[in-house]
Design a protein around this ligand. Structure first.
Ligand code: ATP
Ligand code: LTN
Length: 335
């Protein structure tokens, strides 16, 4: 009998626009793993509500994410690609798991600490319990692997802790997931401040390459990328964060290793190197952008994918939710 594939689960918040960090740290790897695993990818729109959203822009962004997932190569007929908010089991399991999670462990989350500083006027309870909802996302689908960028590793770890705690009390209810962090591209840095990660919410427009930026914009942003006062293209993240970041990006899109990149640009200076990185990124993104444009015209197709996949996701999620409800002693429905 054919061995069943392992389950992979991941997702992104539907906030802002997908950028090169999201693509290299997450989406590109999802595509690479999509044959080997049974994959479920969410548009994490409930998580996005932890930061105030403009309703119209939010809805448009969420659709753009869905279309970009598909344009980048996630096949919505083979994988499940769906909206988190369309499957109510997420919120229901998150509530139950909240009751198995301690204030102390949530208070230690670095994303919570960062975001509550950044949004000091809106330190809401959702920001604090964000990792519990994320744990519910993963555990509902009994996921084995969770491919994310390095910044999300801590959240997958707390998910494992919650699952182990729950299993310790009620038996083997949840599969314990493994985080899957890409070797290269797990932390793409800002082009303007290479000590900081590239982020959707960066206010400096030159800091971030967006997946839908046109070629001229991409080249311009790379030309302005902050480097250092030396001239050699050498991988040394501590002393040369800007150049090392550009090398990482170039390596991810061309498949070349750091040594061959150094020798390719030896004696050439940063100008040529930046142009080459910009060209390589623009060429890499071009087919995705082309497919994206086509898909935006195929509204009926995208909508039928959303509908079918929401249903498939809900079926799997509800199976786990019912089991959990029963285990904790909630009264069963009368049929
Ligand atoms: P923000 O910075 O506004 O909080 P974000 O850009 O981090 O948002 P998320 O939706 O939180 O976006 O992340 C989506 C996925 O992209 C996650 O798997 C995350 O680890 C990954 N990711 C985000 N930023 C980077 C980055 N700079 N480098 C590599 N991976 C990243
Ligand atoms: N917090 C994640 C998005 C996310 C996620 C998940 C990722 C929400 N739920 C479940 C993997 C699995 C982020 O990328 N910021």
């Amino acid at each position: 009998m054919e061995k069943e594939k392992k389950i992979l689960y991941s997702g992104m918040q539907a906030t802002g626009t997908l950028h090169l960090g999201n693509y290299l740290g997450a989406l590109k790897n999802w595509v690479a793993l999509s044959e080997e695993y049974d994959c479920i990818y969410g548009i994490m729109d409930l998580h996005s509500l932890t930061v105030r959203q403009d309703p119209t822009a939010f809805r448009q962004n969420a659709r753009r994410f869905y279309t970009l997932y598909v344009a980048a190569g996630l096949d919505p007929e083979k994988n499940i690609v769906y909206y988190q908010s369309h499957v109510s089991a997420h919120a229901e399991l998150a509530w139950i798991l909240n009751c198995f999670t301690y204030m102390g462990e949530l208070g230690r989350m670095t994303q919570y600490k960062d975001k509550s500083q950044k949004h000091a006027d809106n330190v809401n309870a959702g920001l604090f319990t964000y990792p519990v909802l994320m744990a519910a996302d993963i555990l509902l689908y009994q996921a084995d692997a969770v491919p994310v960028g390095a910044d999300q590793k801590q959240h997958v770890e707390i998910c494992r802790d919650i699952a182990q705690r729950f299993n310790g009390i009620y038996g083997d209810v949840f599969t314990i997931p493994e985080p899957f962090i890409a070797k290269a591209g797990a932390k793409v840095m800002s082009l303007a401040e290479p000590e900081k990660k590239m982020s959707k919410s960066d206010e400096n427009p030159n800091a971030t390459i967006f997946a839908l930026d046109d070629k001229d914009t991409i080249l311009r942003k790379f030309k302005r990328a902050v480097t250092d006062s030396e001239t050699d293209v050498r991988f040394d993240p501590e002393n040369k964060p800007g150049v090392s970041n550009l090398m990482t990006i170039y390596s991810c899109v061309t498949g070349k290793d750091m040594e061959s990149i150094s020798s390719e640009f030896s004696g050439k200076g940063y100008g040529d190197f930046k142009i080459a990185v910009g060209e390589a990124v623009a060429d890499h993104l071009a087919p995705i952008q082309k497919r994206y444009d086509e898909l935006t015209k195929e509204k009926a197709y995208i909508e039928s994918c959303i509908k079918t996949n929401d249903e498939k996701a809900a079926y799997l999620a509800n199976k786990t939710l019912r089991k959990v409800q029963k285990k904790v002693g909630l009264t069963e429905r009368i049929r």
